[in-house]
Design a protein around this ligand. Structure first.
Ligand code: HMG
Length: 389
């Protein structure tokens, strides 16, 4: 008998600050309609100087540990593309900050924004092998482009933590998956760069190719039909991309496209991404959080997921919402994570964007800015020093 495995709990965290797109538009003379309608973004989360993928990841995961304990967690998979170390997994710092047992395997996974879906699928495989264990998946990213570049308006930061196990309380993940890989240079970040390089318009085309490729494979593997899905959670570098993707999928399947039909299919999946911005690996699961928090009862309904990571790898898969899921949601906490952010003006945002540690190996303290539960206190001898607040 096949086991029911999936997302048992989901929690997210985002940055301390928020920059409204009106401030960016006023700075660069862009007509605000381009941001609000053209790309579908209202604001972007900006991390404090003492926040990074580790503090965001630990903040997202801490409520999960508080609710379920750590006894059954034997694996932590940390997905990111804004890695802070070429060797050590950011997950090891999170493991330490959360006081997880030493009998845990911890690893970092990377394939652009797709990494969290790889982590989820690997977690499911581990749980299949040992149904007593739970896997903590943490997807955490800070999206950073050059100042005054077209990508700047699509920055953001967030972490999603998911507890994966048998008899999940939220969403049961199904087989099959539709898979797609193509070697494209649409978006990349060489090791010596902090900001990503991107061919914006090529990247949109590459994403749409991947939608087509994953759907083709999904149907060949015997997946569900389009009509069966209650909603579609897409990777959202900007929320308008989800509209483009769904329109492309409908056209590919031979349907006429009507904006109202697309909006209905996306449901509430864009609500959090619209105000947080691109959170890379976390993005598609922020879409899920917004949908579960805000939609009418979805019990028993199948959801579609399209996870895309530039470069590129993508996966289309389905999950069914479990009876009683509403009792396990974190809707109030999610609202608070968004509402607690302090608005910054363009000058403050620019300072935060340009903040970085000297690389001389000396002792450097970080300005105390975050009001979150964990902070990056400084760096000493090239070692990052984290603390609980
Ligand atoms: P751009 O070239 O400055 O913008 O940057 P544009 O000229 O293409 O305009 C954007 C849209 O706004 C257009 O709509 C305009 O018509 C519209 P569209 O034709 O696309 O439907 N517009 C307006 N609408 C209303 N009122 C107005 C107005 N003016 C214009 N006044 C771009 C846009 C997305 C290229 C840029 O922000 C960028 O390079 N972003 C980063 C790359 C990106 O997000 N790519 C998405 C696909 S790749 C992906 O998802 C992977 C990623 O997450 C990374 C990973 O996997 O790790 C990025």
């Amino acid at each position: 008998m096949s086991l029911s495995i999936g997302i048992h709990d989901l929690s997210f965290a985002t940055g301390e600050f928020v920059l409204p797109h009106t401030a960016l538009a006023a700075h660069n003379g862009t007509e605000i309609g381009k941001y609000h309608l053209g790309i579908g973004q209202e604001s972007m989360s900006v991390p404090a100087a003492d926040e990074d993928i580790v503090t965001l990841g630990a903040t997202a995961a801490a409520p999960i540990i508080a609710r379920h304990g750590a006894e059954r967690i034997r694996t932590v998979v940390f997905a990111t593309e804004s890695s802070i170390d070429q060797a050590k997994s950011a997950g090891v710092y999170v493991h330490s900050l959360l006081g997880l047992p030493s009998a845990t395997r911890v690893v970092e996974l990377k394939q652009a924004c797709y990494g969290a879906t790889a982590a989820l699928q690997f977690a499911i495989g581990l749980v299949q092998r040992d149904p007593a264990q739970q896997v903590l998946v943490v997807a955490s990213d800070v999206s950073k482009y050059e100042l005054d570049s077209p990508g700047e308006a699509t920055q953001g930061a967030a972490a999603v933590a998911m507890l994966v196990g048998v008899d999940p309380a939220l969403v049961r993940i199904e087989d099959p998956s539709g898979l797609f890989t193509a070697d494209v240079m649409d978006f990349w970040r060489p090791n010596y760069r902090e900001a990503a390089l991107v061919d914006g318009h090529e990247s949109i085309g590459a994403y749409l190719q991947a939608v087509e490729g994953t759907w083709k494979d999904y149907t060949e593997q015997g997946g569900r039909t389009l009509e069966e899905f209650a909603a579609f959670c897409y990777h959202q570098p900007f929320t308008k991309m989800a509209y483009k993707a769904h329109r492309h999928l409908l056209n590919y399947c031979g349907y006429d496209t009507d904006e109202a039909v697309i909006a209905r299919a996306l449901g509430h999946t864009t609500a959090y991404n619209r105000v947080i911005g691109n959170s890379y690996t976390a993005s598609v699961y922020l879409g899920l959080a917004a949908l579960l928090d805000r939609a009418e009862d979805l019990t028993g309904r199948p959801l579609a997921f399209l996870s895309y990571g530039s470069g590129s790898v993508a996966e289309f898969f389905a999950g069914t919402v479990v009876a009683g899921y509403r009792e396990h949601l974190r809707t109030d906490a999610n609202r608070r994570a968004i509402d607690r952010r302090t608005e910054v003006d363009y000058a403050r945002y620019r300072d935060l964007h340009e903040w970085r540690f000297p690389t001389d190996g000396g002792d450097h303290a970080t300005p105390e800015q975050t009001t979150g539960p964990f902070r990056l206190a400084g760096i000493s001898g090239h070692k990052r020093l984290y603390q609980a607040r």
